[in-house]
Design a protein around this ligand. Structure first.
Ligand code: ADE
Length: 473
């Protein structure tokens, strides 16, 4: 990911970017951070970049020309590095107290970008005309006024960078920390066991991982309810809905409950009669109707302004209202398989299953036909595809789909009927169990071979079917 900061004070950015984590990520080529001096682009002989505001008023204003030319130079560099399309799509964030207040979900959205340009204002602001031409997002870091945007840009860069895969490396992964799942972090303790007469809570010394996890969750809940009742209310609603989905039909709604439990689902609607969850990572709406006549109303509750084109419809009764509201391009009927046990699935000793890196893109694309090359590339880069090796040769692969289900299972013809599929699937199940997930997969109706494999591994298959649907946008 590349950050470009357009500023009159590049040294502020350079100073602030040398922290150990950002510095290491930059060294490893995961990130780059470049401060670009707006003054270098002024056409004024004396290097002037500001002037008085028309109509009078206090202070000076940054002029349009240097800011615009600086922006063109940055955009040209992005286009040179990544192609024309990239330059025109790049987010340009103007730091201003008038913008939307920055928060964790915004950081997660920005972390998906390849390039971000920040514009830092100074003096009394920037000529409105250049803002209109180049800015895509107006962001504030809080309800107070700073002397310029640089500290705001650094705050945003820090929060965004730590979410970029590979940046945190061996440190605790970002997805179990504060604000994911709407909970604040639990209290932590280090040596010594007794300090100022205070003991470390005994459960943390017990070595019982399940108990420790439970205690930590309870502490997070207590802390959040006390310190941030607003966040706690959000958390409580998500948790209640996740529990309701499990009670209603654990297998059928595994995608929805897991999307909430894994901290990636936004509750768009949570009623007695049904639910709408937007899975942020996969950009898919998941719809459930707990009574038949709720379907029409629930479809009507999908936000008008939405770029999302994929849906998981958990009841057939959704199809008519969906067809009335949208043009359905394709739909696929599936059953859901869930692994309801907490003991690991058994694996043979014949195969070695290991994470595949991007160098396997061509080999996988040649064998997997239910997703585009772009999709496979994204899954590989996210560390979601694993390969089974027999005597050092790749025999097949399996992975985690973008919405969190297990799938993408392929065994190369010469290795079939040797238990490779079973090993791959068992490995993926155990991988998800180790993360505290409920392992599940979607099986296209009619795929008897896959159903057979799921049953053999002890997965429960939903009686009900549901639909993956794509709408025309
Ligand atoms: N520039 C000045 N104040 C700011 C704030 N609160 N957030 C972002 N940029 C700013």
């Amino acid at each position: 990911m590349n950050f470009y900061v357009m500023t009159l004070f590049p040294e502020m950015i350079e100073q602030g970017s040398r922290s150990s984590i950002l510095g290491r990520a930059a060294k490893n080529g995961i990130l780059s951070l470049k401060a670009v001096n707006i003054r270098d682009y002024t056409e004024d002989k004396h290097g002037k970049v500001d002037d008085y505001p028309y109509g009078g008023g206090a202070g000076m204003l940054m002029q349009a020309q240097p800011v615009y030319d600086c922006f063109l130079a940055v955009r040209d560099k992005i286009e040179l590095d990544r192609g024309k399309d990239a330059g025109s799509k790049t987010k340009v964030i103007y730091l201003t107290p008038q913008g939307k207040t920055f928060h964790q979900e915004m950081a997660q959205e920005f972390a998906k970008e390849e390039d971000i340009i920040f514009l830092c204002g100074h003096y009394e602001g920037v000529d409105e005309r250049v803002l209109e031409e180049i800015v895509t997002d107006y962001v504030s870091i809080g309800d107070y006024v700073l002397t310029g945007g640089e500290l705001g840009a650094l705050v945003m860069i820090d929060a965004i960078a730590r979410l970029v895969p590979g940046v945190l490396n061996n440190e605790v992964s970002a997805d179990i920390e504060t604000f994911h799942n709407d909970l604040l972090e639990y209290p932590q303790y280090s040596r010594p066991e007794r300090w100022h007469g205070k003991e470390v809570p005994p459960v943390l010394l017990s070595g019982a991982h399940k108990k420790i996890e439970k205690w930590r969750l309870e502490q997070s809940e207590i802390r959040t309810e006390k310190m941030r009742p607003d966040l706690y209310e959000k958390y409580r609603r998500r948790k209640n809905m996740a529990e309701k989905l499990v009670r209603e039909n654990k297998a059928l709604y595994a995608d929805m409950s897991e999307s909430l439990y894994r901290g990636r689902g936004i509750l768009v609607y949570d009623g007695e009669d049904g639910a709408i969850i937007l899975d942020k990572e996969a950009e898919v709406y998941m719809l459930a109707a707990f009574c038949e006549d709720a379907a029409e109303k629930i479809v009507g509750l999908i936000p008008e302004k939405s770029d999302v084109s994929q849906f998981i419809l958990h009841q057939e009764v959704f199809l008519p209202p969906m067809e009335r509201r949208y043009r359905l391009k394709e739909k696929m009927e599936c059953r859901r398989a869930v692994y309801n046990q907490d003991v690991p699935a058994p694996m043979s000793k014949r195969t070695d299953v290991v994470l595949l890196d991007i160098s396997y893109l061509e080999e996988i694309a040649a064998h997997y036909h239910l997703g585009s090359r772009e999709y496979i590339k994204e899954r590989l880069l996210q560390g979601c595809i694993f390969g089974a090796f027999i005597e050092g040769r790749l025999a097949g692969f399996s992975g985690e789909h973008i919405e969190g289900s297990l799938g993408m299972l392929e065994v190369f013809p010469e290795y079939r009927r040797q238990g490779v599929a079973q090993d791959l699937e068992a490995f993926m199940i155990n991988f998800h169990l180790s993360k505290g997930y409920l392992p599940y997969g979607d099986i296209i109706v009619g795929n008897e071979a896959s159903l057979g494999l799921q049953r053999k591994l002890g997965l429960k298959i939903s009686k009900e079917t549901f639909y993956w649907a794509n709408i025309e946008k």
